[in-house]
Design a protein around this ligand. Structure first.
Ligand code: AHR
Length: 623
């Protein structure tokens, strides 16, 4: 086979093509990326957090009482903050009893590392008191202890540092008052000091690094369906996710658990800045999931409330970008970031049914936000099912309003991705550009993703680069999943308390993120076998990265046999001797496929071998 470049047909493409979509699904935030180790630190778990109400899912969840001569109950008479009405009371008759938290599937700690403990405590019988804070391993006993003083009668925040003497993954946190009496506790927190970039209230370093290693150009957050909620009451309101942790408004996560909002808008913006990605917040278009506000009937926020709802979105721009003397810019500065975050994109709506209710609210928000902030690129939505009625209506409204970008979602089989590589070739370049906000290849059944699905994604992404003049951004979905707590499969990165487990699809994303370009160079491919099924299974994309002056050639072989390919640069002059080759290859059913990097000579005359089921990236220095 021969690939001949056509440099005269070079076109500019988006430099934002590979991004990530972070949603608090599968415990991706609380119990995941957010480094808090205490589960239900706020005592705000409620039976209604679970879809069919679960009475075990209450304010005591993950907490228990250890020892005799004590009782433990939940109270709400005088909370730390009215947004966090519940707190724990431990009534100790005989010292020795303790309040115990088991974390998320226990707590994992590392020997010699520092852990920051903090809590709001008060002694209810008017006396000052002392509490022993301990990290206790099931197998190894007490690994760390610090005694803290507790204020009498009124809430006071106590802090301590704990340094475990052993590495263990079966640890619990114990609060043990050293004398008899009633202790109240709330916002009981334990963080590793070594969060990502050592940020306070920060992110789990290994998971954040895994995301950073993709080199995403943007991070979309906080959802997905989480953004619009499954009823008016749990539409995600960004203002409830900023400020002191005890004042944030915890909420029922529509994915059937509890969200603390400890990982809130400030932390999302900070993370984007830390990894050099553009923040892309997605905000509900005034309607919850499929407009079902009233027990299944179509509904949205009443139009009389839309001015305030829309003002909140306009305020977000001030929070992110405003001067420190503005109302919301000041709050950002108070949180520790006086410089603006340079927000450029806001998504309005997520996979909504494009009903009259939606259209009215979307149009209202779009016009007001665009008028207040014409510098912000607004992303609309093409509804839940591409090429269905919503897709048509979503595009109609985007075209009528001249919405700059429109968000499309599709989860399909590998066969669909192989057969639809021309999907964007036919898109009208004069209409809205596309943000492919959610996509993944998967197969039905329990074991949904493996090398076959990832290779289909690699193959399809060559067509996204080819159409990088109409597709501006793309993000695989969902990003993360905690072992044993998934609501959605497949995901890109699985994890537990100690391990990060990237999937084969993760490496595909990483190779695209790390090998992006700003210009696309068309080519012609000559294959000895002209069978259509064969032609569809060999894909290529050539981009130029002007920053490094590198040509990046991506080659996908989805055939069960190897293919030899010669590359004709057609006049483009190379620099240097060898080139860098990265290859992912394996059997379709493989769950583990790792990149192998080598230096090779350029395959102009000597053809390069594309092994069966392989994805190859070549980086070539050019003049
Ligand atoms: O990615 C998981 C979910 O899929 C998203 O929350 C939603 O937008 C889509 O239906």
């Amino acid at each position: 086979a021969k690939l001949t470049l056509l440099p005269e047909k070079t076109k500019a493409i988006s430099t934002m093509l590979t991004g990530v979509f972070f949603e608090d699904i599968n415990y991706a935030a609380d119990g995941g990326l957010y480094a808090e180790l205490i589960q239900n630190r706020d005592f705000e778990y409620l039976p209604r957090d679970k879809q069919f109400r679960d009475t075990k899912w209450n304010s005591s969840y993950a907490w228990s009482l250890k020892g005799d001569g004590a009782t433990f109950f939940i109270d709400s008479v005088a909370p730390v903050h009215y947004n966090n009405p519940h707190y724990a009371v431990l009534d100790v008759k005989t010292p020795g009893a303790a309040l115990v938290n088991t974390g998320y599937d226990a707590i994992a700690v590392k020997k010699g590392e520092t852990y920051h403990f903090s809590a709001f405590l008060k002694q209810l019988n008017g006396l000052k008191g002392q509490v022993a804070i301990q990290l206790v391993s099931d197998k190894a006993g007490v690994l760390a202890r610090a005694d803290v003083n507790m204020a009498a009668s009124s809430w006071g925040q106590v802090k301590a540092e704990l340094v475990p003497t052993e590495t263990a993954s079966d640890v619990r946190l114990e609060l043990q008052p050293l004398h008899a009496g009633r202790m109240a506790a709330d916002m009981v927190s334990l963080f590793p000091a070594a969060t990502f970039k050592n940020r306070p209230n920060g992110l789990r370093a290994d998971l954040a690094q895994a995301i950073a290693d993709i080199h995403p150009r943007f991070v979309r957050f906080p959802g997905g369906c989480l953004s619009h909620g499954d009823g008016l009451q749990n539409i995600y309101r960004w203002k409830t996710s900023i400020g002191p942790l005890e004042a944030r408004v915890p909420d029922r996560n529509l994915w059937n658990y509890h969200q603390t909002k400890g990982l809130g808008y400030f932390e999302y913006f900070q993370f984007c800045e830390d990894i050099g990605a553009e923040p892309v917040p997605v905000i509900a278009a005034g309607v919850p999931c499929q407009n079902s506000a009233n027990g299944g009937q179509q509904g949205g926020i009443p139009m009389s409330e839309m001015p305030q709802y829309t003002q909140d979105i306009i305020d977000l721009v001030e929070y992110a970008n405003g001067d420190i003397n503005t109302t919301w810019g000041k709050k950002r500065a108070e949180a520790g970031h006086p410089a603006p975050f340079n927000l450029k994109y806001i998504g309005i709506g997520n996979e909504d049914q494009i009903t009259q209710v939606f259209k009215e609210r979307f149009t209202y928000i779009y016009k007001a936000l665009h008028q207040a902030h014409p510098e912000i690129t607004i992303i609309g939505t093409a509804g839940p099912f591409f090429e269905g009625a919503d897709y048509i209506e979503g595009w109609k409204i985007a075209t009528a309003l001249k919405v700059p970008l429109i968000d499309e979602h599709y989860y399909q089989t590998p066969g669909w991705f192989i057969n639809n590589q021309n999907f964007y070739d036919r898109y009208d370049r004069k209409k809205s550009k596309v943000y492919l906000g959610e996509y993944a290849a998967s197969l039905p059944g329990g074991n949904k993703s493996y090398w076959e699905t990832s290779l289909a994604e690699a193959l399809y992404l060559t067509s996204i680069e080819r159409n990088g003049d109409v597709v501006s951004m793309a993000s695989y979905a969902p990003l993360m999943a905690r072992d044993g707590h998934t609501q959605w499969d497949p995901d890109l990165i699985y994890f537990n308390n100690t391990d990060v487990k990237p999937t084969t699809g993760y490496y595909v994303q990483q190779l695209y993120g790390q090998n992006a370009g700003d210009h696309y160079i068309p080519a012609s491919l000559t294959l000895t076998n002209q069978n259509d099924a064969v032609k569809k299974r060999i894909a290529y994309s050539i981009v130029k990265d002007s920053k490094t002056n590198n040509l990046v050639v991506k080659l996908v072989n989805f055939l069960p046999v190897s293919v030899k390919l010669a590359i004709n640069l057609n006049g483009i002059k190379r620099t240097g001797g060898t080139i860098t080759k990265t290859i992912l290859s394996g059997n379709p059913a493989d769950k583990t496929v790792l990149p192998v990097v080598s230096q090779i000579v350029f395959p102009d005359d000597d053809a390069i071998e594309l092994p069966p089921y392989s994805f190859i990236v070549l980086r070539v220095g050019v003049m």
